[in-house]
Structure formats: C-alpha cells, structure tokens
Design a protein around this ligand. Sequence first.
Ligand code: ADP
Ligand code: MG
Length: 615
Amino acid sequence: MSDVIRLLPDHIANQIAAGEVIQRPASVIKELVENAIDAGATKIDVVVKDAGKTLIQIIDNGKGMSNFDARMCFERHATSKVAKAEDLFALTTKGFRGEALASIAAIAHVTLKTKQAPDEVGTLVQIEGSKVVAHEATVCSNGTSFEVKNLFYNVPARRNFLKSDNVEFGHIVDEFERVVLTHPEISFTLNHNNSVVYNLPAVVLKKRIVDILGKGSDEKLVPIEETTDIVSLIGYVGKPEYAKKTRGEQFLFVNNRFFKDTYFNHAITRAFEDLIAPKTFPSYFLYFTVDPQKIDVNVHPTKTEIKFEEDRLIYAILLSAVKQALGKYNVAPTLDFERETSFDLPYEMNQATPVEPTIKVNPSYNPFSSSSSAPSSSNKSSSYGFTTAIKNEGFGSKELNKADWENFYKIDEIPDTKTVEENKIEFEEEVQESKSYLIKGSLIISNSKSGLLLIHYRRAYERIVYDQFMQQFISTPIVSQPLLFPMEKEVTVQQKNRWLGNQAMLNRLGFQTSFQENTLVIEAVPSILSEENIMNCIDLILEDMAFKEIEKGDIAHVIIQAIASASSKKNNIVSTKESIEHLIDNLFACSDHSFSPKGKRILQTLTLDELMTKF
Ligand code: ADP
Ligand code: MG
C-alpha cells in the first residue's frame, strides 16, 4: 500500500491552531494587547467596530519591529521571547508560544504598521488568510499598530457561532479589564463604534481598580499586603456588605497574569464565611508574585489556568491574609454589630437598662379577623404588627397613610386576660366561616380536601405579577409612569453596555432611561413599580443581565422576572379574607401556579396523615 501520511500545509495548520487560541474577537484583543505590553508600550489604544466583528485595531508606542521581524512575526512558532527550553520556566513576558499572530493572520485580514525609534521609515505588512499581499516601507509613528478586519471570514462555522454584538463586546470588556488591572502604569483607551468606553490614564493600582469599578468605589475596598518566602501578595478585597450576586468582580493575578483558580477562590470565600449572605460573592483583586520557576503557565492554550507547585501553602496564606485584612479594617462581624446597635436604637431605649426579653403569647389571637384582632378594645392601634391599614388593604392597591405606618411600628401592650377571653370567642366564630389564613405576612394556610394547603405568599405574588405583566407585554407596550424626580444610579461600563444593548426591550417594558457618562438616569418606570421598589428592580435587572449568555429572546423574561420580584418584596401585605381568597384565585389562574418564575416552589400540601404524626 502507498504511504498516506502528509504534513499539513502551514496555512491549514495555522487555521487549526487558531481554533485553540482565537475563539472570539475578545481573544484577538487579549493577544494583541499582551504583545504591546511585552513590547514595553506605555500607551495602548484599542479601537473596535461591531464588537470586533468588523474591525479590531491596537495601537501601541512600544519598541516596534524591524522590517524583517515585521514579516517573521506571522510565522508559526515565531517568537522573540523564548530561545531555549529553560526559558519556559522563567517567563517574564505574557506571550511565549509564538502562535497568536500566525493564528490571527490565518483567519482574518491583517494590516501591520511598525517602526523602531532609530529608523527613518517603518514597515507595512498586509496578510489575508496567511497570504502576504503587501510588504513595503511606510511612513508611521514609533511603535506598532495592528488592524484586524473581517475576523473568521474564511471559517464560517466560527463566524456563525459568534454571539450578539452585545455579548461579544461584553467578552471584550472582560479581557480588557483583566489586562488593564494588571498594568495601572500603562495608559489605555477603549473605543467602540466611535465612542469612548474607557479612557484610563497611568495611575497607581487602587486608582485603576476604582476607575474600573466606578465612582465612589474606593471606600468599598480593604487593602491586603502579605510577604512570605513562598508568595507575596498585594491587592484589595471588597468589604462584605458589597458582596455581589454574581462573580463579576473576582480577579486573581500571578506575576502580572490573570488566572482563574477555584481552589484559591475557595480560600477567599472561606475567609468571608458568615460575613456575607448566602449566594453572594465577595469582590477581590489579588496580585501574587511567585518565583516563575514554581508555576507552570503552559497548561492551557488561553493561559487562564496555572499550576502552582506550592498551592496548598498559598491557600493557607491567602485564607489568613484575607481574614486578617477584614479584621484589621473593622469589618469583622462583632465590631460591626457594636456600631450598628448604638446607631439603630431609639434614644430612650439607649438610655434604659436592658431587660432580658421574655416571650408572651396570646394563644387566641387571630390576625386575620378585622373585628376580633385588636387585642384591647380601646382600639388605639392594632396588635402584633398588623394594622387596620394593612388589614384593609386590597390586593396591591391603596397607599398607606403616615398614621398607619406609625401604628405599624408601635409596640403594643400585651392584652390582659379579659381581652384574651373576648378574642377567643370571636376567633372560634371566625374559624367556621374562613377557609384561608395568612401567617406573619408570609404563608397562606388553606383548607384542602386532603389536609392543608400551604402557599408561599411572596412567591405567589411574584408569579401573579409575572404572568399578568407577561400577558400585557405580549399584547401591548407596557404603561410607563414618568418619575417626578428622575432617579440616578452609578453603573460600570459593563452594566452600561448591557443596558444599552437591551434598551429597546427595556423601553417596551416601560423603562425610560438615559445616560450621563456612567450614570443611569431613570426617567420613567412601568407603573406597577412603586417608588421604593424601583432601585431594587434596577439592581435585579443589572445583576441578571450580567449572565452573558442571556440571548435576546430571554431578556424580556429576565426583566419581567426582576419587576415581579422587586414588586413582591415590599408589596402591601393583604390580610382580609377577601383579598387572600382573591390572591389564591389569581394564583390558580396562572399558567404555572406551582413554581415561581425563578423556579421556586409556591405550593405545598400537608395531608391529614402527615399532620397527625405531629401528635
Ligand atoms: P509571542 O507573543 O508568543 O511571542 P506572537 O505571535 O504573539 O507570539 O508574536 C510574535 C512576535 O512578534 C513576538 O515575540 C514579538 O517579537 C513580535 N511582536 C508582536 N507584537 C508586537 C508589538 N506590538 N510590538 C513589537 N513586537 C511585537
Ligand atoms: Mg503574543
């Protein structure tokens, strides 16, 4: 039989390699910016059109390339950074594989202009799908500029799998933020579709972090500094109260290289244990310096995974360093509680000698009966947190007046025995006619044939609002309520980008907003949102939009879910028999009355048998 094995031609080998190194426009930006940093640039400009699908341009003022190198740099395994195998274990540069430019040139139209300072003229090299189409002298400034057009033009499968511009630009900003956070001493700009997204002057580290996180974020950061013979560690962690619902603000760097590490993340999360709410994530920006011989950056082609020889020791150092920093800056819980107690207590209470609390229960008290619930017949206020105002509220309707709220917060006297007796009789009467009860504003208990039906009040409310809103949204644009005083919220570049990317949908759902730089100005909101729920709703939307893979079809669902969730947080708790029944009817009219829009259980049944086991 004849021989069948052949060597792949270079351009095909390059295309295959490109698949590993270049997954999306953001990868091009990462590679080119890293090259500019390796070339000693102090200023790097990134220009992007259509999330990099049409154009990516990186301009640096680094050392530039000779005429020969300008052509050579596109060859596979062409690198100036590694000369012998040992160099791999003492890397101080970001690149070393000599693969990036060859890969990019295989799948795009690339124009390189470069000049070294002593030279009179520079060099221009133009390459299309690995083929050199021009190589000539040109007039240009010192440094290097790469222009990458029509990415993946010859790999349709890749091009078709690119996500929406909004999502792809999100990836670009992610990569951009990772590099700029490593090099505060370099000034960077990022320009997208002719508007400036970032303009970052050279600064100190903390300032760079604040420039990324947004105005006013410096007070959220706690510094960390620890030097041991294994690792030296500097950086910042976010104070626990600013923990996020998404992992967005978690950055680890080693020897100026971004990396991801679930093991170290675990150490940091452990240091925050008990300080942050479940399912929230602490922010951190931590920079390790270790002997380059003791890490291996070669494990992953895109180099975000790194092997550490002494990872267990580093874990322990990290855990204690973060704990110590949190303690030192008074963010440990004990200190916090002291401060908050003295802050929160009303003046009279502060003066009084504390008395050990005792629990007194009125066994016959029925919170749902408007006639019987007031424990004392003097009627000066209702009892145990339920006011007449709240009892009389219909389903999400009337406003409460000020006096009602004052009553709501008033602590009642414990009723004397006589009143208890009175209540008891009425309570029994009540039982016979009413089928459903609301317990502490959170759980509805209702009779069912087989036993008891338990309904999670807030989730039921959320489901009803969600369904009604979704229905409305499908048939007509949502009624929008202009705000008398527009509200403002400072957002990050990523958040602004996502908001703008979904602007049309947000408008349709009743949000009218504009931006002043990175301040989101909220001018009108869907009329279902009451004023105190607006910010909460905006926060929820911003958080949910951070899950990048939410594609267009899903965004309405995400926003409506946020609206439903926000409006159920501080809804007017209903407790009249009619309104509870009304809520139950509405719930059972919903498409799915068993689960909330976020998939949480709304209903539970307890059979008589189950109940009997309690006795
Ligand atoms: P690597 O960075 O792994 O060496 P690349 O393919 O990214 O591989 O780059 C190949 C070579 O081209 C680099 O080693 C460097 O010598 C040169 N080079 C690339 N970009 C620049 C730049 N912006 N300025 C100067 N030289 C550059
Ligand atoms: Mg490189």
